[in-house]
Design a protein around this ligand. Sequence first.
Ligand code: G6P
Length: 605
Amino acid sequence: MCGIVGYTGAESAAPVLLRALKRLEYRGYDSAGVATVYAGEVVVRKDAGRVDEINARLKLESMPGTVGIAHTRWATHGAPTAQNAHPHTDCSGRIAIVHNGVIENYLALKKELLDLDHSLASRTDSEVVAHLVEEYLRRGEQLEQAFRKALQRLEGSYAVALVSSLSPEKILAARREAPLIIGAGKGFNMVASDITALIEMTKEMVFLHDGDMAVLTGSGYRILRIDTGEVVERPVKVVELTVEMAEKQGYPHFMLKEIFEQPETLRNSLRLQIEYVDLLAELLDRGRTVFLIGAGTSYNACVAGSYLFSQIARLPTLPVIASEFIPNYGASIGVDTVILAVSQSGETADVLSALEYARMRACTILGITNTVGSTLTRVSRAYVLQNSGPEIGVAATKTFTSQVLVLAKIALRLARLRGKIAQYEIDEFNSWLERVPQTVAEALTMVNEPVRRLAERIAESRVVFILGRGVSYSTALEGRLKIMELSYIPCITYPAGESKHGPISVIEGGVPVIFVAPPDEYRKQNIGSIMEMKARGAYTVVVGDASDQELKQLADYYIEMPKIHPLLSPTTYTIPFQLLAYYTALAKGHDPDKPRNLAKSITVP
Ligand code: G6P
């Protein structure tokens, strides 16, 4: 899970590549490097660390040449060292490649290449690609053909780009199970792992399909199939995103900007194409068993979705963590199974492999994603786009609230279709739903300061409990994920009723226990749980309705929330947790945009 980018045109390539690399850093930031072609030679500079640091050290920006490729890495095979940083070259130094993905058969290929007297410099799986191309050149193939033959030998996933002094104006690129997009410009062409790296230069994008290979020059590009060599056409899509949309807009961090832009992104999420929502509702209704699958934050949205589908549409569904789907349910799925996959990137490997497995068993696949042209959109029978705009902060914020809102919208359409709840209930829920962007705006104003103060206390804690009942369990799960991934403080979350079955033994004087307690039917039980925790010396924090005096009196610290339909509360009650995670990370001196060991998009299993 790395970011790759290439540029060929009339401008100096390195500055363009560096700006793109900065935007790709959210995909990984262990090491980075650039290769350009200049005066008949391939020039490579790379090192461990972040793009800015490496640029300051190695002057990447001033590398000569108008054709180049670049890479920012999230280590999978081989430690994050200079040696393992991309680009990787062949023995002759005439070929350089960058790669995102995992070459599963690299050990066998490496052995074969070593036997053929190639010398490999790194411990990565990626380097074999450069040497394989070299090997086919040695056997008399031309560069394009050698690249295609090399690709045919690879097992696993890749988005790869290559430059060579043998064809100094060209970039060769290819994808399989990893995203790759061509950015078509006037007098130049680019290729990159995602739109964010391209939008500054062009709005015209071509989404490559699995098994596609592309040949780019400054004046044009050609796409062909890796297996047959057949030339194919792929449509050019005009992507209407501005560069500003992907930048911080005056906030100190992308995460804070993304938290505060939620009223707007939620409004965009309500502007769904209703015919697709209807289609999804219809297909969900036909399933005998319905699964909601996702990873990380998207899984937490699935948990919220399962409560919404059950309570609003009277449709039972099973939320499943994507990597557990095949082990747990693989043997029992079939033609009457419907799977709704939720994935911001639409590229998460665990999600895609579950879907591939399910597709082979004739299940109906549906999707919710934030990414136009992603693999999820291609494998789904029908999908809706959540319209949250690009999310740069590694920790998901605005994409979670949008996912929940989209799921609520689908649940409502499904309720209509199934006719199981009264019209007035549907209307009432709908008016709450339409008001969510406004409610979230209110919440942002109400909670920012109280949460900032609370963060100082939380930053001192060794463990934090976050508890909820009903749909608030999903809010608690998402709150836990945010706080854990940004502050690195261990967090414990379970449905609040479970305390007495074990976890309460961890409670001792001063341990913060945060209750997600909207005014729903579990209010009384929540009060019981708060008392239980207080009796054992816990520091109780309650996130609840601003008008709930009793809860306010009970809690050691109270976060006041605006009114909302309890079933829609994950969209709003998550806000204090996002901010708490952000301010706690700052209090502990961590970069909230780049939590350690994590990456935005996990495209390896
Ligand atoms: C990674 C990210 C998470 C994200 C998860 C699923 O772990 O760090 O923020 O929730 O992947 O990503 P997806 O793109 O499928 O929603």
